[in-house]
Design a protein around this ligand. Structure first.
Ligand code: HGY
Ligand code: MN
Ligand code: MN
Length: 420
């Protein structure tokens, strides 16, 4: 077989493929004047993005399989019929996305296969490139959904029954876009799982590093909080008679900041991303407010301690404002370490290309963390410009940054595909 170091992907072709997928679900962002991407999970735009990638898989001659939760696997045969090396990520997006989040790992995986075709290389192990359903979780409420079902953390029936804020049932949305497949959703453990992804933060770029060797993912805890107060006239209702659900949500939001300022929870991050008052009108005291709490912590024990404090905060605010408060856990994952054997290969592949690199803990959740329970798993991070901003149309990684990541993906995938 040709020497690994002689193989390389085609950077211009990779970037053009990313831009082509980025046109699917594209919108003009009024604030920045840039084109953003909105391919919310299981919407028609997501369906169009899926069909676009499936067409690319078919053009590469891959054997395409769609499973019952809509995960899509494109398989390139190896010389031996053994467990494959699986390269995956997601192509669903938040509503205000750029073109790189998730897509780099899927389009980059297909570029790896194209480079092998160009070089006439057939690996021992099959190579599979996959995208997983609803990694973002912001429509149906829980993240890494497709990969969690594939690896057994979430049962298919639970996933099917999820609903979005309009009451649309996930199973119906999946069928409506034509991706409620027939294949069994539980995946056989692959030999290894790899994901190339943008860092989505400022660290690599600030240190002028070419790559991140991801050591693992921090813990994640999502709550949906429903606050019921009393709707009332904004002008006639005296302040001491109010039970304002909006003020209760605000007190929780500020209370999260106070928890962080206390320093008792390590590197805890807390975000109230969604705040939906009802009736959401200028002259009515909101009677109901549904909001979300997103907690992240690289330390499991400190995450649990923070969660306990957050529940106590809910109690205090409910008593202070005289409102009814209920909450439900919509996502919960502990910290996940990635396999030393894969991390070493990523670092070695970066060094062999004279690419500067350093270990980094992922601040964001990824499909790879689900596969880490099944097989040796690792991630390659690519730096981003504009302070690494993500979940925003200003998300930007350069041709060179993307090519460095995908060339490293090529080398590690090849190495693992030849490992018995
Ligand atoms: O929320 C996350 O960490 C990821 O973008 N789904
Ligand atoms: Mn992502
Ligand atoms: Mn994301």
């Amino acid at each position: 077989m040709r020497r690994i170091q002689d193989l390389a992907i085609d950077p211009a072709r990779l970037y053009a493929s990313l831009q082509a997928l980025g046109k699917v679900g594209s919108y003009r962002d009024a604030r920045s004047g840039l084109d953003g991407v909105c391919r919310l999970a299981l919407t028609e735009a997501d369906g169009a993005g899926r069909r676009h990638v499936v067409a690319a898989m078919r053009e590469l001659g891959l054997d395409v399989r769609v499973d019952r939760i809509g995960n899509v696997y494109g398989r390139r045969a190896g010389t031996a019929d053994v467990e494959p090396v699986l390269i995956g990520s997601h192509i669903d997006s938040v509503p205000t996305a750029g073109i790189f989040d998730g897509c780099l790992g899927v389009i980059g995986g297909l570029e790896v296969l194209r480079a092998l075709d160009d070089a006439g290389v057939r690996t021992r192990r099959p190579l599979v490139v996959a995208f997983f359903t609803d990694e973002e979780g912001c429509r149906f409420g829980t993240d890494m959904l497709g990969s969690a079902v594939a690896t057994g953390r979430i049962p298919l029936e639970v996933a099917y029954a999820l609903t979005d804020s309009e009451g649309v049932v996930l199973e119906d949305a999946l069928a409506a876009i034509g991706f409620r497949g027939e294949a069994r959703e539980r995946v056989d453990p692959p030999a290894a799982f790899l994901e190339c992804h943008i860092e989505q933060g400022p660290l690599l770029r600030a240190r002028d590093l070419d790559l991140g060797v991801v050591s693992g993912v921090q813990s994640i805890s999502w709550h949906e909080v429903t606050i019921v107060g009393k709707s009332a006239h904004a002008g006639t209702t005296p302040m001491d008679l109010r039970h304002d659900a909006g003020v209760a949500a605000a007190r929780i939001n500020l209370g999260l900041r106070e928890l962080i300022a206390s320093g008792r929870f390590g590197q805890l991050r807390a975000t109230m991303g969604a705040i939906r008052p009802t009736p959401n009108l200028v002259n009515i005291v909101p009677g109901v407010c549904v909001c979300t709490v997103d907690l992240r912590n690289p330390d499991d024990a400190l995450m649990r301690a923070a969660e306990a404090e957050v529940l106590a905060l809910y109690e205090r605010v409910a008593a202070t404002e005289g409102v009814e408060l209920s909450w439900r856990q919509t996502a919960r994952t502990d910290t996940v370490p990635f396999a030393e054997a894969v991390r070493e290969r990523v670092a070695a592949a970066a060094s062999a290309q004279a690419l500067s690199h350093a270990p980094i803990v992922s601040g964001a959740g990824h499909d790879a963390q689900e596969f880490a329970r099944l097989c040796p798993t690792g991630m390659i991070f690519v730096p981003g410009e504009n302070d690494g901003i993500s979940h925003n149309p200003r998300e930007l990684s350069t041709v060179a940054q993307c090519a460095n990541g995908v060339n490293t993906l090529l080398r590690v995938a090849l190495d693992l595909a030849e490992t018995p």
